[in-house]
Ligand binder design. Structure first.
Ligand SMILES: Cc1cc2nc3c(=O)[nH]c(=O)nc-3n(C[C@H](O)[C@H](O)[C@H](O)COP(=O)(O)O)c2cc1C
Length: 324
């Protein structure tokens, strides 16, 4: 069975399942495996140290799949901003036709993407930002509810409210993101009016995700209560896995600490060590509440095909049987 939605039609993807951009995780093997399975895999641009490395990573993904995949460009406030313009130039040069934008307003780069025939899926965390993105001409939006891994924004609205609030006012395809790991989440998202789902934590915990096995096993062991919200006091909230470091950061913030006081603890290089060396307390690492629904480490093909098959059974049996 295939689930046809406006997203699958307009973005040329078989199943309405997207693997969201993930710093240190969204590499060629994972993106290619998701796309090969019929979803939309996404390479994370800034995981590559230079735009040339990104071009090589895109080529690597092309050697692994003929199906479409995308590239994520996350633009966040930064003391030493990366050369975003050069990364965007590399993406355009590479011929990739789908870009996931996130972190800030994609408007400055939209004309370049449009001219290159690239479809833009903008990820945001509120209805007002989604409406703005639609107004400036993006092709679709992914909307992250409060339960998501990474940056949920400051409004604290969970997906069960945020997604229908968005789909009732938007005309472009909407991808529900945050807290989804299986067919139940997929069918629920479609029922809320979404045209597909975006998953981060679930795809991080697959065979093809190039992170240490210990981290994957920790995700399986973790429950839905195993996240911490850091940077709340700095209005830059991030949902990360519960560990020694994230608890310490929250404690420092609660006692009035400023960014300077946690800077070393939250350094990207430390988080990277978690993924590469499997030292779970080396730094902070993003993971969502959906950890509580993740019980295995499948291949992307197994995961996508299981989601689609079980979605069919939920729709045709469980839900259809309820019709008196
Ligand atoms: C390890 C990790 C790193 C992430 N890095 C990024 C990133 O660099 N850019 C981005 O737009 N989203 C990032 N995200 C968010 C995901 O793309 C996705 O929106 C989110 O994980 C959805 O919530 P879920 O984990 O409950 O599925 C990251 C998520 C994880 C788990």
């Amino acid at each position: 069975m295939t689930l046809r939605t406006r997203f699958t039609e307009e973005f040329g993807v078989e199943h309405p399942i997207v693997q969201g951009g993930m710093m240190w995780v969204g590499r060629a093997e994972l993106a290619a495996a998701v796309s090969e399975a019929g979803g939309l895999g996404i390479i994370t641009a800034l995981t590559q140290p230079t735009p040339d490395d990104l071009l090589a990573e895109i080529e690597k993904a092309r050697s692994l799949t003929d199906k479409p995949f995308g590239v994520n460009v996350t633009i966040l406030p930064s003391i030493n901003p990366p050369p975003y313009q050069d990364y965007v130039k590399a993406i355009i040069e590479s011929g990739v036709k789908i870009v996931e934008t996130a972190g800030s307003n994609p408007e400055p780069f939209l004309p370049y993407y449009k001219e290159a025939g690239i479809k833009v899926l903008h990820k945001c965390t509120s209805v007002r930002h989604a409406l703005k993105a639609q107004k400036i001409g993006v092709d679709g939006v992914s909307i992250d509810g409060f339960e998501c891994a990474g940056h949920p924004g400051e409004d604290d609205v969970p997906g069960l409210i945020l997604i229908p609030a968005a789909t009732q006012v938007l005309d472009i395809p909407v991808i529900a993101s945050g807290g989804i790991a299986d067919a139940r989440g997929l069918v629920a998202a479609l029922a809320l009016g979404a045209d597909g789902v975006n998953m981060g934590t679930r795809f991080m915990c697959t065979q093809e995700s190039a992170i240490h096995q210990t981290v994957k096993e920790q995700i399986v062991a973790h429950s839905e209560r195993d996240t911490q919200l850091i940077f709340r006091t700095m209005h830059n909230t991030a949902r990360v896995a519960n560990n020694e470091i994230s608890r310490k950061v929250v404690e420092i913030e609660k006692s009035g600490g400023k960014f300077e006081d946690v800077r070393d603890l939250v350094a990207g290089a430390r988080g990277r060590r978690v993924f590469e060396e499997g030292d779970l307390d080396a730094g902070i690492w993003s993971a969502g509440q959906v950890q509580g629904l993740i019980n295995d480490i499948p291949t992307c093909a197994e995961l996508v095909s299981r989601m689609v098959t079980e979605a069919e059974s939920i729709i045709k049996s469980r839900l259809a049987d309820m019709l008196a």
